[in-house]
Design a protein around this ligand. Sequence first.
Ligand code: ARG
Length: 578
Amino acid sequence: MDYALDRFVAEVATAIRATEKVPADLVETQTPKPNIPADLAFPAFRAAKALGVAPLQLAQQLATSLRLPADSLIGAVTATGPFLNFSIHPQRFASAVLDEIHARGDAYGHDDQDEQQTIVVDYSAPNVAKRMHVGHIRSTIIGQTLVHIFRALGYRVIGDNHLGDWGKQFGAIIAAIMRYGKPDGDSETELAQLEAIYARYNEEIKENPELDEEARRWSLLLEQGDPQARELWQWCVDATLRANQRNYDRLGVQFDHAYGESFYEHMLPAVIQEAIDNKAAYRDEGGAAVVEEAGPNLPTFLLQRSDGGTLYITRDVATIEFRIREFDPVRIIYVVDARQELHFRQLFALVRAMGYAHDIELVHVPFGTVFDAHGNALSTRKGNMVYLEALLDEAVRRAREVVENKNPDLSDAEKAAVAEAVGIGAVVYNDLYQDPRRNITLDWGRMLATEGNSATYLQYSYARCRSILRRAATEGPLDDFTTVDCTLLLHASEQQLIKYLARLPDTVREAGARYAPFVIADWCYATAREFGIFFEQCPVLKAETSALRSARLALVTATAQALKNGLSLLGINVPERM
Ligand code: ARG
């Protein structure tokens, strides 16, 4: 898709080429340094060298011979030393940008890169019979954002929740339910009790080895499809899904599938055999399936234990095979804790050694650890772990205080709705505003600050735009957009804000290319600040002329729309008033 900024960049290249003074492959442009008052630069060095002239001279020559079409988005062209600098045409650019935001609405910033290409995103992936902890929360939030971003870019995206619903531990979980009874309670409390009886069972095993035998027996029964074992396991899965669904709903998280590890169980014997046939793995004397040196510097690992049991990685190999067959993806993205980096290097190397996924990009998007406000890593063992439901509840409770403070006049229902959006937004943004690899801190003061780089500030900026528009509407109906003259927006802060709005499409592309939602977060923050400057310097409702008032209102409308689009890619809702 070509947006105004793309057309400007393309026009610059076309204009340089049309002079026929520069070899076509040497027409390259770059963003000028911040102190240069231009929007795009052509550095003449490489072309000048190829032509055997001085860069300065070439830049000069180009400046005089350049011809622009009458409706060009390029305004001024100046040779500054060895650079040819291009500025946008302020009036035409303002109109073009505001036009396309108006025309595309909620789809402004989206692209049409390739809907024939499928991308699978593997995210959230909590474990059954456990509460979702901060690691899964990060995966859920970052993963959902990547789903939004790639969909917006025009890909076919499949989100799959790779539930941890299989493995040795289920023997002990079932045995514990048999011994202590099924927990009750709802959502997270039910799971907390499941965790507790599992822990209690493991504690008791130390004294009573028979319990170990019992767990093993259930594990075997489950694998053999014993109805009672299956039923108890299914109950655990359902209880977990029920509990998690409430949180997913609050976060706006939606999967296309939640196959889970158990789904692949029946494929595993064939997968192991295939690895052995392909010489990617071998059987040792004990009967285990071993993978040695799947790639350079990769430690040896097992695909099957000598007791016949399979592993997390075995199921991941089967999952890749299944996804290739079922979805034919060009890329599979795993949003998983950085501590699983080795797992994914081993997995990717193994499937390549097995001879498939050659034309598929396998990407691990790792993320860092979560610390509490005192700088301590959250851990179940230390007892300071934070779970999803409790986290969201606390966020909303604190957000409610902020809302009460800022706007005590809102109705109770509205306060509740705003607090939900602000609280959830704070949690989500905290996960997204910086590189996912970096660790994050749960610092409520910063997360809910009404100034600075927080979701709250961005939501306020949006609500502020909307409140200006509401006030304008009380003074009389807003002009129809088609009659508004956007070429009047020539104040420096107006022009600056328009340039930010124009950058959203490219920002979304970059966020996708780098698996970096923070690129969009940065854009939101910079745009909101730019809006603040504009609002300080340019009276909107009291603009000098009514035509200028209308144009400024159109700019406010466009800013609200673009901010909303950016935030919605991050999964953050915007309240109309705060
Ligand atoms: N359930 C796993 C865990 O909690 C994460 C699964 C990630 N996805 C995958 N395909 N391995 O650690």
